[in-house]
Write a protein that binds this ligand. Sequence first.
Ligand SMILES: NC(=O)c1ccc[n+]([C@@H]2O[C@H](COP(=O)([O-])OP(=O)(O)OC[C@H]3O[C@@H](n4cnc5c(N)ncnc54)[C@H](O)[C@@H]3O)[C@@H](O)[C@H]2O)c1
Length: 257
Amino acid sequence: MTNLLKGKAGLVTAAGSGIGRASAVALANAGAKVMVSDISEEGGQETVNIIKENGGEAQFFKCDVSDEEQVKALVDETVTVFGKLDFAHNNAGINAGQVKIGEMDANDWDKTMKINLYGTFYSVKHQVNAMLQSGGGSIVNTASGAGLEGSPNMTPYTASKHGIVGLTKSVALEYGKQNIRINAIAPGATITPAIEGWAKNHPEQYNGVLESLPAGEMSTPEDQGNVVMFLCSDLARQISGVTIPVDGGYTAGKLQQ
Ligand SMILES: NC(=O)c1ccc[n+]([C@@H]2O[C@H](COP(=O)([O-])OP(=O)(O)OC[C@H]3O[C@@H](n4cnc5c(N)ncnc54)[C@H](O)[C@@H]3O)[C@@H](O)[C@H]2O)c1
């Protein structure tokens, strides 16, 4: 436990697993009250239990970020329960339609945009309005390395994550004078439960990925959560409008063979 976020309150979306869970735990470990949100009640409740076992304060609120009414309800509930919204981590994202664009099903395109880009739009819209009521705050969006460079066979995901990077820059300019900061993290390959399962079943492919990484290892959800926690804290008071790669140097350039 640190006291970096003592007295602060906020929310994390898609906090029932992986990066969102680690972020919620890191925020709570820093002293914040956290509204844990996810479409999965089971995953979300497990995150709340972890936070409480650590001595922190958290509650669960079910929310599908692709539905603006549910997103507004999540923000309203956080303000009702904790009295204000100091920070938010908009983390929900999916990667549907993993084919070339010529074979793309428009439904996969729509589904990805609806959760990744519209979900972030709905979230940021209602969060800035809540933060304006209490003198400002800090928002962190989850982009991706695929928000900074192209990724074949992941066009809707890549386009949505580039959109999040642009949204983050524009909103930083719109609300900077009202004491609202907004940034994004761009995780590189991060070992979440899904990737762990894939690595066990495809050890050769997994080792190939490790070789392509400058750090020689994937990041952990905790690596991502710690950066979110820092960005939500006053230590980051001069950081706004940026997307921080959390990828051990992967997007810095090509590794020499
Ligand atoms: N894991 C990686 O390597 C990696 C790399 C770059 C970016 N990211 C991004 O990080 C974020 C989290 O990824 P992860 O790997 O931790 O995922 P994960 O699969 O471990 O967890 C995703 C969570 O999102 C929830 N969710 C799914 N759809 C939702 C919706 N519509 N509304 C609310 N919650 C929803 C799920 O229930 C689940 O709990 C995503 O935005 C993803 O694009 C992950």
